[in-house]
Write a protein that binds this ligand. Structure first.
Ligand code: GAP
Length: 443
């Protein structure tokens, strides 16, 4: 089979230290991935950008970091215990398990005409049963029903149960929002496509609490804001589109929902959602906990349960969008080059510093430049192999600038700076490098 773009991206991600399979030396753990030295920087840059735009640049949004483990009643009230499930069928013959809507299944599961897509046996598929996607574990030393707790399947609930704490402690007024970045877990039945659908992932979620009756305008506001933010990541606009959920697609909590989809190498798929959740969550938590969660409007003395407009993005899926969008195969002077054209401010390494050759004072000067820049920028020193090979490695890592110390540098303290995308080289005074990089990395 020919290598697909995804195969190439997965192997680049491993080769350059972006993403490794979890527990690889033991054969890997299904759909769980680890971020290596470059991957952790890329994801951190995305998350920091999100946090800055949500929390630091807005007066009406506060941050939160709620625990992953929550009271089990949260998941009863939120509807996840009853409704967060996928219909599954089992093959009684080969013991494989599938989603009931797996397009490879021929016939109707549970009926004699149904055929197992793996072993091909007819009539061996059970009727569909609901399978809850939440991971269960036990709190304390006794593994009994009363001790069951869940790993959160979304970060949103940590926000709802803290909404009054945040409102009161921060002295916000409605409309206002709470933003959170954190891990979520889903025992997905059909995970795959690298870090697209995994069992452990990170979400960047913001819940915006609004007065009932104003949901429509805030829904539109957040749709526009989120698209603007994605354009700011440098993602090509023609690779993005909206998908409004039909009635049969809406999650159990949603009144209206739009996905933002990206055209991945494996097709158009969702990686962020804007959801109108109404007062579904707050009213359920109010009922189940017996605690009043109403807001008292100080201007009008009205009491009401706010409605929620949610923006929910996956940090890993957004990182995959950024990687897919940046991946290019090009021909340069008759040679193939693979390059990640990451926006410079997102790139894990901002610059690489090379001595042209390892003699004549070049390594000493290159080291000094590297050490001077290191306090302010994530830079990398490389003196291994030909200069061409060093450029190629940094192209694959998405490093936007390569600084080379050559024979002239030791004479006049200037260096060449090669631009990853245009391949143009400029001569810059070594003392001006920090200002040069700062100007290029803005935005
Ligand atoms: N609080 C709403 C919520 O969780 P969702 O559409 O189920 O909504 C939101 O998830 C985002 O979380 C998705 O757009 C996706 O980016 C990310 N996500 C969900 N399941 C995922 C998985 N199994 N692997 C990676 N990311 C996932």
């Amino acid at each position: 089979m020919p290598e697909t773009v995804m195969d190439k991206l997965v192997s680049l991600a491993k080769r350059r230290g972006f993403v490794f399979q979890s527990s690889e030396i033991y054969g890997g753990l299904g759909s769980v991935w680890d971020y290596g030295p470059l991957g952790v920087e890329l994801k951190k840059n995305i998350k920091e950008r999100w946090w800055r735009s949500m929390v630091h640049e807005r007066e009406d949004i506060e941050g939160l970091d709620a625990a992953i483990l929550m009271h089990p009643k949260v998941w009863e009230a939120s509807g996840h215990l009853a409704g967060f499930s996928d219909p599954l069928v089992d093959c009684k013959h080969c013991k494989n398990r599938f989603r009931a809507d797996d397009p490879r299944i021929k016939g109707t599961p549970g009926q004699p005409d149904a055929q197992c897509p793996v072993c091909g046996t007819k009539g061996s598929l059970t009727a569909a049963r609901q399978f809850n996607l939440m991971f269960k574990t036990f709190m304390g030393p006794v593994e009994e029903a009363a001790a069951v707790v869940y790993l959160r399947p979304e970060t949103a609930q940590g926000i709802y149960v803290n909404y009054l704490n945040v409102l009161q402690s921060s002295r916000q007024k409605i409309p206002f929002g709470i933003a959170q970045i954190g891990k979520a877990f889903r025992n997905e039945i059909t995970p795959g496509n690298f870090i697209f659908r995994t069992r452990e992932f990170e979400q960047m979620e913001m819940q915006f609490f609004v007065k009932p009756g104003t949901e429509g305008e805030w829904f539109e506001f957040w749709r526009a804001e989120r698209l603007k933010w994605l354009h700011g990541l440098g993602i090509r606009p023609e690779k993005l589109r909206w998908h409004q959920h039909g009635k049969d697609e809406l999650a159990h909590y949603a009144r209206d929902a739009y996905d933002i989809e990206y055209e991945f190498p494996f097709g158009w798929n969702e990686f962020e959602g804007i959801h109108h959740r109404g007062d579904f969550d707050l009213s359920n938590h109010q009922r189940a906990s017996g605690k009043k969660l109403e807001y008292l409007d100080p201007a009008t003395n009205e009491r009401f349960l706010p409605s929620v407009i949610e923006t929910s993005a996956g940090a890993d899926r957004t990182a995959l969008v950024v990687l897919c969008d940046a991946y290019r195969e090009e021909e340069v002077e008759g040679e193939k080059r693979v390059v990640l054209q990451l926006k410079p401010s997102l790139a894990p390494l901002k610059a690489a510093v090379f001595p042209l050759v390892n003699k004549d004072g070049m390594p000493e000067l290159a080291r000094r430049i590297h050490d001077d820049l290191r306090g302010a920028f994530n830079v990398f020193y490389d003196d291994g192999g030909s200069i061409g090979r060093r450029y190629r490695r940094q192209d694959e890592a998405g490093t936007p600038f390569a600084i080379t110390v050559d024979g002239q540098s030791t004479q006049d303290q200037t260096v060449t700076v090669r631009d990853r995308d245009t391949l143009k080289q400029e001569r810059v005074a070594a003392g001006q490098l920090a200002a040069y990089l700062n100007a290029k990395l803005a935005g």
